[in-house]
Write a protein that binds this ligand. Structure first.
Ligand code: 1GP
Length: 237
């Protein structure tokens, strides 16, 4: 089970592949770089995905041994070909579709597929200036300076039985999750903490790591510059 490996001590790096943003050629080059840099997980998903997710996962599986984890932006992004799925509950928001509605719709498929399901408390943090996840999910993020609300939400996420806490500032966010907030949340939970959104520089990765993140997820920075993978992964570890 992937979750047992995730729970082991040590920093893990998740590379997010949005199938729409890659050609087969750029995907293969990125997978090669991911193997070279001993990336731990490939996450697949995006807010809007037009390409068939199955095809993308097939290419990944054929060309690497890295575990593939679905990070679904919608019900259209389910696939039995992945190793696991983050079953996201968007607990920063109050939209029932993202708290239970979509889970019910996905449940029979997930059960039948046999894919490992990792219940994940997904917490959107930001200034409300318009991430895709905010728009698509029709929810408001928790304001980034309201540490007490973020911490209380993370504690609730753990108490509800989730196996990961995922703090998200939105893909391409100008501001990644602040290290001070990472540290505060980490002090208050005992399950692994995932941080994603807007991580572009080794300095950010190092600061977030030092503050206690167990996993970071990076998408845009690597899409734009494949060479950033090496320095980001090294800095985070
Ligand atoms: C994963 O949404 C992020 O949590 C990905 O964000 O594309 O900004 O790295 P970036």
């Amino acid at each position: 089970m992937l979750i047992n490996e995730i729970n082991k001590p040590g920093k893990k790096f998740g590379l997010l592949i949005d199938p729409d943003k890659y050609t087969v050629h750029s995907l293969l080059a990125t997978l090669y770089a991911a193997e070279e840099n001993k990336i731990n997980y490939i996450l697949v998903g995006g807010s809007l995905v037009n390409e068939r997710i199955d095809g993308c996962i097939e290419v990944i599986k054929k060309n690497t041994n890295l575990p593939v984890i679905l990070f679904p932006g919608s019900l259209l992004q389910l696939s039995g070909k992945a190793d696991a799925i983050l079953l996201l509950s968007l607990i920063s928001g109050r939209n029932p579709d993202y708290l239970i509605g979509n889970h019910v719709l996905a449940a029979p498929f997930l059960k039948k597929s046999g894919i490992e399901v990792i219940p994940t408390a997904y917490i959107l943090v930001g200034e409300g200036n318009g991430s895709s996840v905010e728009y698509i999910s029709n929810t408001r993020p928790i304001p980034a300076d309201k540490f007490d609300l973020v911490v209380a939400t993370a504690i609730a996420g753990e108490l509800m039985g989730n196996q990961l806490i995922y703090l998200e500032s939105g893909s391409g966010a100008a501001q990644s999750i602040r290290p001070e907030l990472v540290a505060e949340v980490k002090r208050n939970i005992s399950i692994p903490l995932v941080i994603g959104g807007g991580i572009r520089t080794p300095e950010q990765a190092r600061a977030i790591s030092g503050a206690g993140a167990d996993i970071i997820v990076v998408g845009n920075a690597v899409e734009e510059d494949i060479h950033s993978l090496e320095s980001l992964a090294r800095a985070f570890r």
